[in-house]
Write a protein that binds this ligand. Structure first.
Ligand SMILES: Cc1cc2nc3c(=O)[nH]c(=O)nc-3n(C[C@H](O)[C@H](O)[C@H](O)COP(=O)(O)O)c2cc1C
Length: 371
């Protein structure tokens, strides 16, 4: 068992099974979340379909993939179909915004609330080159004045009962100047009334290379005291979620890559927190049930053609849990029409074999382009 937080994060378990871990319920301002393990914003993934699947399997809160403020303000039917979809069953659900201009940010935040999102999250973390080049996402970590202007405008624009939260990386890079700016934004944002800050323990420069620093998360939580902090980075197993909560003291954790193709992680972590043994990985029939449900939700959102394109990447991740993962992966890679799905399911998911846990770490290159 890990006894102290190190700068690297665990890929494997060290939270003991069989002993309940008393976890305070998570609260974002006036919005009650409950169980403190939630689903992160995942660009290209956390659409309504993924959010509903996660929720039905135990996620207490989910975040929509980041949306550009300009895109929100376009108000076109097509654009709204992608981001403005909030189902009754989803609450509480957060919408996340990215942009460069404080005034535009605020207008877009109002639209998110109108669309039904319960929380407005501000993205100060995205490390994608094109995003940084347009002074968005993680770029703001280098300019605290503009970052705080955005926070102030958004906080002013949305109704007081709607919490505003911020998502940050731990800085632009490892320099002392970068860290100083991080804490300036963190303190300033809380002073302006944000309900919580989520910290991803990697720098913008780091992208997705190397480990996320959980030690940094521990320092942030210690620094802010009773204010709400959520942690992010290297949460690939249910044990790791509890380990981050326990060793860093953060109030909640956000599962990101670890939830893609493995929404069962949310019910598994709930079982561990109750002191129960780790449940077996989902059987092949359970996997089939959830894949079919995910497809149905995606088809409702996009129509059959686009749903198929969108689902392929999810299914490639789902395949990791299958005992014949390589073959199943190849079958999903080749899937181009929704009509071909039943044949794949019939071929690989007809027999109810035991499933497998996915590998407890990131895939090479996974996520380098996003977030
Ligand atoms: C494909 C992908 C898309 C992401 N999209 C977003 C996003 O839209 N908004 C956001 O705040 N973070 C985004 N992130 C960052 C994750 O929410 C999370 O902070 C990061 O992946 C670290 O957690 P992990 O190591 O457990 O995956 C994204 C990450 C990945 C891999």
């Amino acid at each position: 068992m890990r006894t102290a937080v190190s700068s690297s994060s665990p890929q494997t378990a060290s939270v003991s099974e069989g002993r309940p871990l008393p976890l305070p319920e998570l609260q974002l301002g006036p919005v009650h979340i409950g169980f403190p393990v939630v689903q992160a914003a995942l660009s290209g993934y956390s659409d309504q379909a993924m959010r509903l699947v996660a929720r039905r399997l135990g996620a207490s809160y989910t975040l929509c993939e980041v949306v550009l403020d300009q895109f929100v303000l376009q108000r076109s039917k097509k654009a709204r179909r992608l981001w403005a979809q909030v189902d009754e069953e989803e609450h509480p659900v957060g919408g996340q915004l990215m942009g460069a201009d404080p005034a535009q940010f605020a207008q877009a935040a109002v639209e998110l609330v109108r669309a039904g999102f319960d929380v407005v999250d501000i993205n100060f973390g995205c490390p994608v080159k094109k995003v940084l080049g347009r002074c968005r996402g993680g770029y703001h970590l280098g300019q605290p004045e503009v970052a705080l202007e955005i926070v102030a405008r958004v906080r002013d624009a949305v109704p007081p009962q709607v919490p505003v939260t911020v998502k940050m990386r731990r800085g632009i890079d490892d320099s002392a100047e970068s860290e100083e700016k991080f804490f300036r934004i963190l303190d300033g944002a809380f002073a302006l009334g944000v309900a919580a800050v989520t910290v991803h323990g990697r720098t913008v420069k780091q992208g997705y290379e190397g480990a996320a620093s959980w030690e940094f998360l521990r320092r942030v939580k210690q620094h802010v005291g009773r204010r709400t902090v959520l942690g992010s980075g290297d949460l690939f197993t249910p044990q790791a979620c509890l380990e981050m909560l326990r060793t860093t003291g953060v109030d909640g954790v956000t599962v990101a890559r670890g939830a893609i193709g493995n929404p069962w992680i949310f019910q598994q972590v709930r079982a561990l927190a109750r002191g129960e043994p780790l449940p077996p990985p989902p059987s092949v029939h359970e996997q089939r049930r959830v894949i079919e449900e995910h497809f149905r939700l995606a088809a409702r959102l996009y129509g059959p053609k686009q749903a198929c394109r969108q689902m392929r990447k999810h299914c490639i991740k789902y395949s990791k849990l299958h005992p014949r993962s390589e073959e199943v992966r190849n079958a999903f890679v080749a899937l181009s029409r929704l009509e071909d799905l039943p044949a794949i399911l019939e071929r690989y998911y007809a027999e109810d074999l035991p499933g497998r846990y996915p590998p407890p770490g990131p895939e090479k290159n996974n996520g380098r382009q996003r977030g």
